[in-house]
Design a protein around this ligand. Sequence first.
Ligand code: PEP
Length: 249
Amino acid sequence: MNTALIRKRLVIGNWKMHGTRATNATLLTGLCAGVAVVHDCDLAVCAPFPYLGQVSACLHGSGISWGAQDVSKHEQGAFTGEVSPAMLNDFGCQWALVGHSERRAFHGESDQLVAEKAAAALKAGITPVVCVGETRAEQEAGLTTEVISRQLAPVLALGAESLAKMVLAYEPVWAIGTGLTATPQQAQDVHAFIRSQLSGLGVPQVRVLYGGSVKASNALSLFAMSDIDGALVGGASLVAEEFLRIAAA
Ligand code: PEP
């Protein structure tokens, strides 16, 4: 079966550490007002923790889902500053990003911890969006597939049943927030490699998003590639019109 036909497009906005109650209100109102232009695509935003209440109140019933940018691997307890999967559930979160390169780089998150966070999210019924990607130096050294394999190994070890409930995101670090985008073919090659790993485990239907300076102007050419199932969008998700144009591409 051609699983591309059953892998519905998914576009997720990662607001990162941006926004205020006022700017969020403008953005969310714009998304709700314009979402009708988006067809055959699941649309979601991942907001900073303090704004999840505002996001859930604004997006409830809009057809746009929401999530967080990280989650603890712990269920509860003395973990100052952490946010549990159950807390995300309390705010109606459907998604949690895990292993974003900014968390791997600035917070020392290991491949193993990322997999543990993914497992904790799944246990609470939240879909983890597991991010992987190589740095510029790794890419130049020809290490892309090696790095992706290493990052994915503990996630794949969670098994097919868990993987089937996840989303993966390929985000080359050198393309995040830099304005540099992988060419559609560069991205497709890595996505095809990830798909081969998933197919080997019997879960080719898992959606694999591309992330890294996706904009309305390049979304269509990326989405045209057979193994790219949507996008994880940073900067361009902060402007409602641009984000909706990506999802409608
Ligand atoms: C991201 O934060 O996941 C991302 C892809 O950012 P940007 O679109 O700004 O490159």
